[in-house]
Write a protein that binds this ligand. Sequence first.
Ligand code: ADP
Ligand code: MG
Length: 140
Amino acid sequence: MAIERTFSIIKPDATRRNLTGKVNAMLEAAGLRIVAQKRIHMSRAQAEAFYGVHKARPFFNDLCTFMTSGPVVVQVLEGENAVAKNREVMGATNPANAAEGTIRKVHAESIEANSVHGSDSPENAATEIAYFFAGTEIVG
Ligand code: ADP
Ligand code: MG
């Protein structure tokens, strides 16, 4: 398996509780390397565009409100099989269904405020990385 990159967000519920370091320690322990990182406050337009695939879902409006409710940390993770590995360490979308030891099981507050985002495919990872980072900001 080749070295791959994926896109990650530490969501507002986690930054509010000062969990950035704890979340990233779990990502690093899983073998993922943080090769780009910045703390931003997403605009409504950025959140709506980022989650555009979910526009028709009933939770879309609340999700965009949540994602703009405080700072987030956007980051690029690198490693073998990084997309799938990140999804594994994140755990299921609903923390009630997340496996023991996963980030969402340990830290998430709810199905919405679930502490982390992770790309669901290498194609989406490339799109999401390019949405937030210039190539020169990613240092492997
Ligand atoms: P994931 O983040 O696990 O890839 P989705 O892409 O399906 O999950 O959804 C994007 C985000 O939307 C979730 O991480 C969560 O914050 C929110 N979300 C998903 N489903 C619901 C729901 N049923 N109710 C409220 N928020 C939801
Ligand atoms: Mg998703």
